[in-house]
Design a protein around this ligand. Structure first.
Ligand code: Q46
Ligand code: ZN
Ligand code: ZN
Length: 285
């Protein structure tokens, strides 16, 4: 069998992307280049709180930002999910040790929230994660929060909203969301915006980064699994489809962006769309 050569050197290629073949070293360069394009475009400078979930994407995101020599503060939110959260925390700790950082851990249980008691655990989880990420970043003087959302996830999530008729839930489909100091709202970046699932997996493998293979028990049977498979088939038939959809989403998002009215929650003092924020409402239930 013919060995495929890297398009940039004579070494054996391990991956092909958009008409080029890459050896290990040049794949790392390609990956970092995609991340750097976002960091440069939005002139990201200053402390970044990096959300680690223990999964491959946040590990890849953290490692790429570390290689770009940015100022990073890694943190992990322990959601208290049995046979899952503690394993993920161990992996996040292992990764921090590999890279020479100390991991900050936030426990959802400290806020009196047990996901298994809620009818829609994923919706509670989403609200809690958004709130706690922002609070952690704000209290630690970070200018940004970096999350490991990759291209495949972003397009899948948007398609899921589109298919379910929730076109107006299209928020957040761009790599940078501005913060608002007066509302204690920290800016968010998605450094993996241009990188597909399988590319993040490969980056994690070849750099031997610690990550958990476990899936959250609540994600089994999620409708997004089928949507992702369908999108992957489209991408396999016509490479670049995911990227083109993401470009369209970004444009749409900019057109749809209106000045959303923000408040400060009368209970906790953080950003809110109403008088009391969603997180405080969950805690009160
Ligand atoms: S929302 Fe739902 Fe995820 Fe939270 S409860 Fe698990 S599957 S972790 S991204
Ligand atoms: Zn090469
Ligand atoms: Zn509140």
């Amino acid at each position: 069998m013919n060995e495929m050569k890297c398009s940039y050197c004579n070494n054996e290629a391990i991956e092909e992307a958009y008409g080029k073949a890459y050896c290990k070293k040049h794949f790392n360069n390609y990956f970092l280049g995609r991340v750097r394009s976002i960091i440069d475009k939005f002139k990201i400078k200053g402390k970044i709180a990096v959300a680690l979930s223990g999964g491959k994407d946040s590990s890849a995101c953290f490692y790429a930002l570390h290689n770009l020599k940015l100022e990073l503060v890694p943190f992990y939110i322990n959601l208290g999910i049995k046979n899952y959260s503690d394993i993920c925390q161990e992996k996040a700790e292992e990764l921090c040790q590999q890279l020479g950082y100390e991991l900050n851990v936030i426990y959802l249980a400290d806020y009196g929230i047990e996901l298994e008691k809620y009818k829609k655990p994923c919706s509670t989880c989403g609200t809690a994660k958004r709130y706690l990420m922002n609070k952690f970043a704000y209290e630690n003087g970070c200018k940004y929060i970096a999350t490991g959302h990759n291209l495949s996830d972003i397009v899948t999530f948007a398609m899921n909203n589109f298919i379910s008729g929730n076109i107006l839930n299209f928020r957040g489909n761009k790599p940078y969301l501005q913060g608002k100091e007066e509302y204690k709202l920290v800016a968010k970046i998605k450094p993996l915006f241009w990188l597909k699932d399988k590319e993040c997996m490969l980056y994690t493998w070849i750099n031997e980064l610690a990550y958990a293979e476990e899936e959250c028990p609540y994600s089994i049977n999620a409708p997004t699994i089928k949507i992702k498979e369908w999108l992957n088939r489209l991408e396999a038939e016509k490479e670049g489809t995911l990227m083109n959809i993401a470009r369209s989403l970004w444009k749409l998002e900019e057109k749809m962006e209106k000045d959303v009215k923000l408040n400060l929650c009368s209970n906790c003092g953080y950003v809110s769309y109403g008088k009391i924020c969603k997180f405080c409402k969950i805690r009160k239930k």
